[in-house]
Design a protein around this ligand. Structure first.
Ligand code: PLP
Length: 397
């Protein structure tokens, strides 16, 4: 018996391996401060839970349309469109079992073998994995540190476009580095996409996890709606990562292809969950408001805790639930040359668990600094403060 050679091209989310490590350490009787995974220790809002139970009782338990139920497609078209100043109808929406499936289905809808797709690195690891698994060429673009956090290396992005490039994957409000584009930067990316006739996957997983100011979307820029697919997910805004529901929103033709891929992959997204998502979008919004306020407090505690450590200096991100400090000086002081040494050392000496830059794509050629990522969505303020105090002791020792 044989296995597919193509599997060698398939990557994974190595952040899950860090969870396994943290769990093993906890099982030995240690109290772990979990900053590794972008998951929640907060419940899904009750109105959504109630609507789900009602859907089950009402018999919404069979197959339903592969593209999604009409009330949810209508609700998503309105919600996503009105928050971005564009008009969508249900024909622009394909409901998905989570945010992640949109990545692979977008690529499957547009890419032929050998085509090049630009993707952020560091970035969500599934982009690289799906491009390469589906026989494309993954071309990374990076970020440059600035006084507000990070900005896209636009010169590199521009220089990386060739006659084989077909798409840019763009994750504003970025995982893992929380980068947020200026208007100028967003316009520069749009201009490159338009001039080179490229598709854009706008990964908006954190579009509504924003603490100050308003979110901006590349799809609002003239000429972009017709070439952009938005990745929408309910996972982050409503603390429902395990429910697996989201959507692809974009031009009707590509959305039809994506829905055909739904038929082949999962038939449909669970009917009673779709039913409840109409309530999530149109019902009481005190749940997501509470969530955002809670996350803001956690962000403040995490940023303050990190900045209290010698040789760490981070700006406070306005979005996502990640902080991405540069730990190069700490690495040097400890004599480490692999950031994994720092990750394991922090777990063993301070019970603090986090991911490193290496969990978010192969480091780019010119990278010399070391970074680690703290996710604060699954840890309460008291534990953040305790964990950070322990980390300070270890990092400064
Ligand atoms: C940038 C980004 N895109 C997509 C996803 C996938 O979201 P979901 O869990 O809804 O599939 C994540 C999840 O962490 C993410 O960080």
């Amino acid at each position: 018996m044989k296995y597919s050679e193509q599997l060698k091209k398939l990557g994974t989310e190595t952040a899950f391996a860090v969870s396994a490590l943290a769990r093993a350490w906890a099982e030995k009787g240690n109290e772990v401060y979990p900053f590794h995974l972008g998951d929640f220790n907060l419940p899904t809002p009750n109105n959504i839970v109630e609507a789900t139970l009602k859907g089950i009782k009402d018999g919404k338990t069979g197959y339903c349309p592969s593209e999604g139920i009409m009330p949810l497609r209508e609700a998503l078209a309105y919600d996503v469109g009105s928050k971005r100043n564009v008009t969508y109808g249900p024909e622009n929406v394909s409901v998905q079992p989570g945010g992640k499936p949109t990545i692979g289905k977008f690529i499957a809808s547009i890419m032929n073998p050998g085509d090049e797709v630009l993707y952020p690195n560091p970035g969500y690891p599934i982009y690289e994995s799906q491009i390469e698994y589906q026989r494309g060429v993954a071309i990374p673009y990076g970020y440059i540190a600035n006084s507000k956090g990070f900005e896209i290396d636009i010169d590199l992005l521009k220089a990386s476009i060739s006659d084989k490039t077909i798409a840019i994957i763009y994750n504003n409000y970025q995982n893992p580095i929380s980068a947020e584009s200026s208007v100028k930067e967003m316009e520069a990316i749009a201009q490159l996409a338009i001039e080179n006739d490229l598709w854009v996957l706008a990964d908006d997983a954190y579009y509504e996890i924003i603490y100050e100011g308003n979110s901006k979307s590349i799809v609002s820029i003239p000429g972009m709606k017709e070439r952009t697919v938005i990745l929408y997910t309910f996972s982050k805004k409503f603390a429902m990562t395990g429910w697996r529901v989201g959507g692809a929103i974009g031009p009707e033709k590509i959305i039809k292809h994506i829905s055909k891929l739904n038929v082949n992959a999962e038939s449909c997204t669970t009917h009673f969950i779709q039913d409840a998502m109409v309530e999530a979008l149109n019902g009481d919004q005190s749940g997501p408001e509470f969530l955002l306020n809670t996350l803001r407090e956690r962000r403040n505690a995490t940023v303050n805790g990190l900045n209290a450590i010698n040789d760490i200096n981070v700006t406070s991100p306005r979005s996502t639930f990640y902080v991405f400090p540069n730990v190069t000086k700490i690495m040097r002081a400890k004599g480490f040359s692999d950031v994994e040494e720092l990750q394991f050392g922090a777990l063993k000496n301070a019970n603090v668990s986090f991911c490193t830059r290496d969990h978010f794509g192969r480091p780019n050629k010119d990278e010399s600094d070391y970074f680690i990522r703290f996710a604060y969505s699954g840890i309460k303020v008291e534990d953040i403060n305790e964990g950070m105090a322990k980390l300070k002791e270890y990092f400064e020792s």
